[in-house]
Write a protein that binds this ligand. Structure first.
Ligand SMILES: [Mg+2]
Length: 217
């Protein structure tokens, strides 16, 4: 069961499906995030200097140099997600990789963002031709993926850029194929080595055949 009641409700709305399951993160997997976000910040009078794999502590007010606190970061992220259609484009190779799977897999987008942004993201994805079901969660992703899989023992592949989300899915779905994909691989330098049971790919071109094999296609 998803621990987030709203995510669980969204999952209940999906049509039952027993095809192999591919669950994708959105920010920095399907859509660019860390490349456009600094441009958004600049337009608002802030600078992002990535010195670690986190936003808080790395964003400064351009005018004063003051590092902004967590609540201000959260507010800016909210504004960015409201305006995402102006900033976020599809990660290179993603659309072709997903089209290549055709209807042989159930593809679900699982984004960790406040539920209130779901409609804006849905509209943006639709405009980009990414009509796959979109779920939001404000809690750990693992339980949501387990609920998505359902009772059928179908293959599951989960793709995310955040190590903690990969770990959460490993905890809830022991036999899921986990793929670590980052739209901007330069951020890898800030991360600890990924566990052996996670497949690391450099881009969607490398991810596509791995996904197909793991789904049994
Ligand atoms: Mg992400």
């Amino acid at each position: 069961m998803s621990d987030d009641p709203e995510t669980a409700r969204q999952i209940e709305e999906l049509v039952a499906d027993d095809r192999p399951l591919l669950v994708l993160d959105v920010d920095d997997v399907l859509l660019e995030f860390i490349r456009p976000f600094p441009n958004f910040l600049k337009a608002r009078g802030y600078d992002l200097t990535l010195a670690s794999f986190r936003l808080t502590g790395n964003i400064a007010e351009t005018a004063s140099g003051r590092l902004i606190e967590q609540p201000e970061v959260t507010a800016l992220l909210g504004d960015f997600f409201d305006a995402q259609a102006d900033w976020q484009c599809i990660t290179e190779g993603a659309a072709e990789a997903l089209a290549g799977l055709g209807d042989r897999a159930e593809i679900i987008l699982l984004t960790a963002m406040p539920h209130r942004h779901r409609a804006v993201r849905r509209a943006h994805l639709d405009a980009l031709g990414m009509n796959y079901p979109l779920l939001t969660t404000e809690m750990a992703k693992g339980p949501a993926v387990a609920k998505l899989r359902g009772k059928a023992n179908r293959p599951v592949v989960f793709v995310d850029d955040q190590p903690r989300n990969l770990a959460s899915v490993r905890e809830s779905v022991a036999d899921a194929e986990l793929i670590h994909l980052m739209a901007d691989t330069s951020l890898r330098a800030f991360l600890p080595p990924v566990p052996d049971d996670v497949a690391v790919v450099q881009d969607w071109h490398e991810a596509a055949p791995k996904i197909a094999v793991a789904l049994g296609l």
